[in-house]
Design a protein around this ligand. Structure first.
Ligand code: SF4
Length: 92
């Protein structure tokens, strides 16, 4: 099964925290938009809420590391650290 943490950007990182990720055994589908990366369609908003619920169950340190990685990698697609890419804009 492919998960969010099989994402090429993530697997390239030295990231022990990934082994403790709440989404580790999740399919990862909810973490990516169906269409474009603006996350504004009704279906994508539903997906985002599902992914954010999983993120809320993630250990705080893991969530912080995940968000930092997303900002560093300029991930423009996935829900990371409980945020969508549009929500991360301006935080880089
Ligand atoms: S914060 Fe969300 S995307 Fe990041 S590791 Fe945790 S569950 Fe996965």
């Amino acid at each position: 099964m492919t998960t969010l943490h099989d994402h090429p950007v993530l697997t390239a990182l030295d990231a022990e925290w990934r082994t403790r990720a709440a989404c580790r055994d999740n399919s990862g589908e909810a973490f990516f938009p169906i269409g474009n990366p603006d996350w504004t369609s009704e279906r994508d908003l539903d997906r985002a809420e599902t992914a954010k619920q999983i993120c809320r169950s993630c250990p705080a340190a893991v969530r912080a590391a995940c968000l930092a990685d997303a900002l560093q990698a300029e991930d423009r697609w996935a829900i990371r650290g409980g945020t969508t890419p549009p929500e991360r804009r301006g935080r880089r």
